[in-house]
Design a protein around this ligand. Structure first.
Ligand code: NAP
Length: 213
């Protein structure tokens, strides 16, 4: 499959590399084609790896990952282009973390709204699925055995496709918890303050939680 990965940070690189390893053709997008991090990634990731602008990556992808800084995601997606994203599944991995007031970051959208909903509302013909935002990049593609991962979104077929990809990433089908509509992004984004405290308490970002019935 052709996949667009918007974002050149740790998440974009980790997901991009996993997708290439799985045999997908991946274009990593950034604000500027030729971005140094994206070019280095494309040079090292293997045969299926390319880089370009956000719009190049979105145009390339049959499915697109949003791995941009949460407070900049709407701008990045506008640059990617409504037309390029129309009808496509957009896996939103971003968290609306605002570092402008120092550490720990606050959430720039919270309680009765979320980044996932803002993206779905601004791009109504894009099939947004929020996923993977509750774990560190390394864990996204190397799940902790027995732990849980959440998906939410309005489009059942899109969520099914993303659940299939998550299984390719190593998540077991029973680990994937469908929380319902995109408004559940409020919950998974508001988990971040707890995630940050857990990272401090455990001394590592490489952990996850398990839902136990
Ligand atoms: N780090 C993790 O393990 C982790 C885990 C779960 C979720 N997340 C979420 O995943 C997302 C990516 O995280 P990350 O740490 O890989 O990278 P990041 O540093 O949060 O974001 C990097 C990307 O954001 C873009 N960006 C920054 N400012 C922008 C602006 N003003 N306009 C447009 N684009 C802008 C950058 O564009 P350029 O390429 O042009 O510089 C770059 O591609 C974030 O939302 C984060 O909260 C991260």
């Amino acid at each position: 499959m052709r996949v667009g990965v918007l974002g050149t940070g740790m998440v974009g690189q980790t997901i991009g590399t996993k997708l290439v390893d799985l045999g997908h053709e991946v274009t990593m997008g950034s604000r500027t084609a030729g971005n140094e991090k994206a070019a280095d990634w494309a040079a090292g990731a293997g045969e299926g790896a390319r880089e370009g602008s956000f719009a190049d990556a979105a145009a390339h992808g049959e499915l697109v990952f949003n791995c941009t800084a949460g407070t900049a995601s709407l701008d990045a997606l506008r640059a990617a282009g409504e037309e390029e994203l129309r009808g496509k599944v957009l896996v939103d991995v971003a968290n609306p973390l605002d570092f402008s007031k120092g550490m720990p970051p606050t959430l720039s959208v919270v309680n009765d709204d979320s980044l996932g909903e803002q993206i779905q509302s601004e791009f109504p013909e894009t099939r947004v699925v929020k996923a993977l935002n509750t774990v560190n990049a390394a864990v996204m593609v190397n799940p902790v055995a027995g732990s849980s991962i959440f998906v939410c979104g309005e489009d059942a077929a899109a969520k099914e496709q993303v659940a299939g990809l998550l299984q390719d990433f190593g998540w077991r089908a029973e680990a994937i918890v469908d929380l319902g509509g995109i408004d559940a992004a409020r919950a998974t984004e508001m988990y971040l303050p707890l995630w940050l405290r857990l990272m401090g308490a455990l001394g590592t970002p490489n952990f996850n939680i398990a839902i136990v019935r």
